[in-house]
Design a protein around this ligand. Sequence first.
Ligand code: TPP
Ligand code: MG
Length: 367
Amino acid sequence: MTPPHDLEHEAPTRAVSLQAAPGSSHDHLDLDDRRRLLHLMLTTRAIEERGLLLYKQGKVPGSFYDGRGQEATAVGATYALGADDPVCPLIRDMGAHVVKGTSTAGILGQYLGRAGGVSGGREGNVHFGDWHRGVIPMVSMLPDMMVVATGMAMGFRMRGERRCALSFFGDGATSRGDWHEAMNWAAVQQLPVIFVLENNQLAYSTPLTQQFRVNPVERAAGYGMPAVTVDGNDVEAVFDATREARLRALDGGGPTLIEAVTMRMHGHGAHDDAAYVSPEVLAAWQEKDPIVRQAQRLSALGVDVDAVADEVKAEVADALAEALAMPVPDPATILDGLYCESEPQIVGRGDAPWSGHGDEAWGGADA
Ligand SMILES: Cc1ncc(C[n+]2csc(CCOP(=O)(O)OP(=O)(O)O)c2C)c(N)n1
Ligand SMILES: [Mg+2]
């Protein structure tokens, strides 16, 4: 058992080496994949940057949260999922929505509370999801999306469907009882589920030292579950760990805990200036920015990364214009969707852009 801070004594944070994980990436990602990963991370960041500006202009009702600095974790993990594998994103995981194919205009419209937003402008900018694409809207109680993912995995098992579920959650969530219950049940039942712990060093203003006395990833052994720590700012390393976990899950090998070590580069929400994080710590993590790192990797391979950035800029500008033109919801529809008034529908298929996916189908409703 090692204490949580053995890897970096000076800074009060948990870090991993910048080396790529052994056996990572290049065996499974072609150059188009690697370029696409950059595109997806840039899109994720651009959406959130634009959202924050809209919030500061007073155009976003409610509060505003982002996952700046954590794009590699959400994008890399979701990129490994198949079309039929649902994902449960939290507030740092905009990249999961983007990889699954939720439109940028729909997300910006959601921020703005417009009828054309992902869920018609309901649920504000935090709790939305597009379950038609396998993106499950989050519930706030942490880490209850782990329980939801575990339940979905039970369903897949019972129906004989070859698919797995993935849930993200933060370091803070690991101290809750529901976390332990989900870990235990998933392991006992050997369910096809992947748990991605985003260790971003903080739970609101609480540092890791106030949260646990062990590396959180080591807790998996107590439940008989394999676990791995990856550099959460390396999109290809996160992809590779998730790809392996997914294969294990689909082949009956049960759940995996992946700890992605990263940093929350902004406050908990836009209302929080994070004055409790030292500028030196932030500067050190800025050096490990996941987007810069992927861009450097691709530049070295001769990819025109400026062209990728220009594509994203144009796409997000178009999407913003589309979102701003969306009407607000009709107040007469306010009660729509509160109760299930039709046949319950099965979680649908999302995009699965990884080139390594073959024609996988679980034989369900929309296959
Ligand atoms: C059970 C529960 N307690 C408290 C909260 C309020 N809350 C929302 S996010 C958050 C911090 C969570 O930290 P962590 O799990 O590390 O995720 P991060 O915000 O760092 O991504 C808290 C305390 C909540 N949503 N659920
Ligand atoms: Mg955290």
